[in-house]
Design a protein around this ligand. Structure first.
Ligand SMILES: *Cc1c(COP(=O)(O)O)cnc(C)c1O
Length: 394
């Protein structure tokens, strides 16, 4: 069945709006020519407003993983300890990457059902009286579990422990969808990517960098070349890059930044919360369990749903793809085949949510998963109630 639009409801890459596709549909220009400066400057300046920072932003032609590596190699030295928190699969991947670079991760284990616990981070930092830990690295929105970490609370924990470590946050799946404030929350390096909340295709990644992080980069001993912030700083001042940038993705990025401001960042964040709330109403009505146990930590961007015992999430996803042409996110590593993930992020509205949830409900039926009918109705009720309030407030 291929008529109509495919439903891409994985939590990234997200749906790319037509407006962004059109903005990219222009000839690639000379990235050293005079016309490029405007494109580069708009992207570099524009991303500061999205990160909510007055400090420096670096843009790489890479997936988000590259920006993870960039954050570490620019600021740290071989053998440095980094405190990381196991929120889920992506936190584990960042930890493995750190290990391969010759860093020594101190990993606080988690059960994959909540965001990072700031109190546990504070305790570890207090125990590190000699300040061997050089960085605290936390995933803001853990895309494998659908749990958000309170970044301001982690900042307060670092300050309460009076610890000088750098603070790094991964916002690859939250930037542009969930409230985030690089400066206000005292983050030193924020890592992000293009293909989730920013509504772009994959291929761009970002570091937002505090003055403290730039200072650390002057002493950092890890080897770096492609990822070096140093190399970027000079050309970026006039809107240029040291090597060929992803020119057409930058056209798209500038369009995405305009779209986010036209809607208003606060409205974008409220829209995501409202859709998340309605998705959760559906899951509850189906009699299924949301993976993230702490309601306050539940992600505005996606919902990970636990399958009833003895039922395969991957089989359910395969049936849903075959019967309704909808892609849902799979369970990763520890929760493989145990959960499926509904992406409700980026370029997304009420009817896309209801269409998505209808596909899930029919998929549960077709795959023989035990559930109670009425999830879609519950979501419609939730949208109606909060929607009236949201519109009245706007
Ligand atoms: C998607 C994702 C990554 C990995 O990004 P890639 O673009 O696939 O390299 C890392 N962290 C989080 C939180 C993500 O959602």
């Amino acid at each position: 069945m291929t008529a109509g639009r495919h439903f891409l409801q994985i939590p990234g890459p997200s749906n790319v709006p037509d407006r962004i596709l059109r903005a990219m549909d222009y000839p690639t220009m000379d990235h050293r020519g005079p016309a490029f400066a405007k494109v580069g400057q708009k992207a570099l300046e524009g991303m500061k407003a999205i990160f909510r920072t007055e400090s420096q932003v670096v843009i790489y032609p890479s997936s988000g993983t590259g920006a993870w590596e960039a954050a570490l190699v620019n600021t740290l030295s071989p053998g440095d300890k980094v405190l990381m928190y196991e929120t889920g699969h992506f936190a584990m991947l960042w930890q493995k990457l750190a290990e391969k670079l010759g860093l020594v991760p101190v990993f606080i284990e988690g059960n994959w059902r909540s965001g990072a616990d700031a109190a546990a981070i504070e305790e570890r930092l207090r125990a590190d009286g000699t300040h061997e830990i050089k960085a605290v690295c936390v995933v803001h929105n853990e895309t494998s579990t659908g749990a958000v970490t309170d970044i301001a609370a982690v900042r307060r924990a670092i300050d309460a422990a009076n610890h000088p470590a750098l603070f790094m946050a991964d916002t690859i799946s939250s930037l542009g969808s969930v409230d985030y404030q690089h400066d206000e929350w005292g983050v030193d390096v924020t890592v992000s990517g293009s293909q989730k909340g920013l509504m772009l295709p994959p291929g761009l990644s970002f570091n937002a960098i505090s003055a403290k992080a730039i200072k650390a980069s002057e002493q950092a001993g890890l080897k770096r070349s492609y990822w070096s912030w140093d190399e970027m700083a000079g050309p970026n001042q006039t809107g240029y890059f040291p090597y060929t940038p992803a020119t057409n993705l930058l056209y798209g990025l500038n369009e995405a930044i305009d779209m986010l401001h036209e809607e208003g960042l606060e409205n974008v964040f409220a829209r995501h919360k409202r859709h998340a709330n309605a998705a959760r109403a559906a899951v509850t009505a189906w009699g299924l369990e949301v993976l993230c146990e702490k309601p306050a930590d539940r992600s505005p961007v996606l919902t990970a749903v636990l399958m009833p015992d003895g039922h395969s999430a991957d089989n359910f996803r395969a049936v849903t793809l075959r019967n309704y042409d909808m892609s849902l996110g799979n369970g990763l590593s520890k929760v493989a085949d145990r959960v499926f993930r509904i992406g409700h992020l980026g370029d997304f509205n009420d009817l896309m949510l209801i269409g998505t949830l209808s596909g899930v409900e029919m998929g549960l039926r077709d795959a023989g998963v035990p559930y109670k009918a009425g999830g879609v109705q519950a979501a419609m009720d939730a949208l109606g109630k909060t929607g009236e309030g949201a519109r009245a407030a706007a």
